[in-house]
Design a protein around this ligand. Structure first.
Ligand code: 5GP
Length: 217
C-alpha cells in the first residue's frame, strides 16, 4: 500500500503525558490529524463523545469488529479500544500524517500491517513523576491507578519494539523535537521510495555499468 501521509503511532504509560503532547503538536502544526478511537470505557469528566473517543457499548464494538471496521483493536484494563479504519485511510490518502495514540498491542498490530509506520514511545522523566501525574490527575480511583501502574510494568517489556523513545520532560521542547523527528522521517521515506530523488545516482550507475560492460575501464 502506498500512502502519501505518514502513519505515526504514539504509545506510553498512562500518565506519561501523551495526551498533552499530542494536543500541543496538533495546535502548533497543521499537517497532523489525530485518529479518534472507539472505546467501551466510560467517559471521564469533561470528555465528549466524538472528541476524545467514540464511546460505545461492548455490543456495538463487537459488531464493528465483525464488520472489519478497525485497523486494530485491543483490550486494556478490561475495556475495548480500537482504531476505526475509514478516517485513517481517508486522511492518509489526503496526505495528512495520521497519529494513533494507542497502547502496545495495537501498536504492534499496526506495524505488521503498515511496515512504514513510525512507532514512538513516550516516557516520563522518571517513574516518580509518572506516579505523581496519575495521582494528580484526580480522575482515577486508587484501584484504577494501581491497574495502570501494573499495565505500565507489562508494557515496559515491549518498549524495544518501538522506533524511538520520547522523554516528555519540558513540553515545548518535546513538541518541537517530535515535529523535527517526524519531518525527517517523512523526508527519508519519500526519498527512499521516490526514484526521482535518485535520478542522478541511477544515471551514473547506468553509465558506469555500460562502460564496464563495453570494457572501457
Ligand atoms: P485511556 O483510558 O487512558 O484513555 O486509554 C487507555 C489506553 O488505551 C492508552 O494507552 C491509550 O493509548 C490506549 N488506546 C486508546 N485508543 C486506542 C485504540 O484505538 N487502540 C488501542 N490498541 N489502544 C488505544
Amino acid at each position: 500500500m502506498n500512502h502519501k501521509g505518514l502513519l505515526i503511532v504514539i504509545s506510553g504509560f498512562s500518565g506519561a503525558g501523551k495526551g498533552t503532547l499530542m494536543k500541543k503538536l496538533l495546535e502548533d502544526y497543521e499537517q497532523y490529524a489525530l485518529s479518534i478511537s472507539m472505546t467501551t470505557r466510560a467517559p471521564r469528566e469533561g470528555e465528549v463523545d466524538g472528541r476524545e473517543y467514540f464511546f460505545s457499548t461492548r455490543e456495538q464494538f463487537e459488531d464493528k469488529i465483525k464488520q472489519g471496521g478497525f485497523i486494530e483493536h485491543a483490550q486494556y484494563c478490561g475495556n475495548y479500544y480500537g482504531t476505526p479504519k475509514d478516517y485513517v485511510e481517508k486522511q492518509l490518502e489526503a496526505g495528512k500524517d495520521v497519529i494513533l495514540e494507542i497502547e502496545i498491542q495495537g501498536a504492534m498490530k499496526v506495524k505488521e500491517q503498515f511496515p512504514d509506520a513510525i512507532l514512538l514511545f513516550v516516557m516520563p522523566p522518571s517513574i516518580a513523576v509518572l506516579h505523581q501525574r496519575l495521582v494528580g490527575r484526580g480522575t482515577e480511583t486508587e484501584e484504577v491507578i494501581n491497574q495502570r501502574l501494573q499495565r505500565a510494568e507489562e508494557e515496559a517489556v515491549g518498549i524495544e519494539g518501538y522506533d524511538y523513545i520520547i522523554i516528555n520532560d519540558d513540553l515545548d521542547t518535546c513538541v518541537k523535537e517530535l515535529h523535527e523527528l517526524l519531518t525527517k522521517t517523512h523526508e527519508a521515506i519519500q526519498t527512499q521510495y521516490n526514484p526521482v530523488n535518485y535520478e542522478k545516482l541511477i544515471e551514473n550507475i547506468r553509465t558506469e555499468l555500460t562502460s564496464l560492460v563495453k570494457g572501457e575501464k
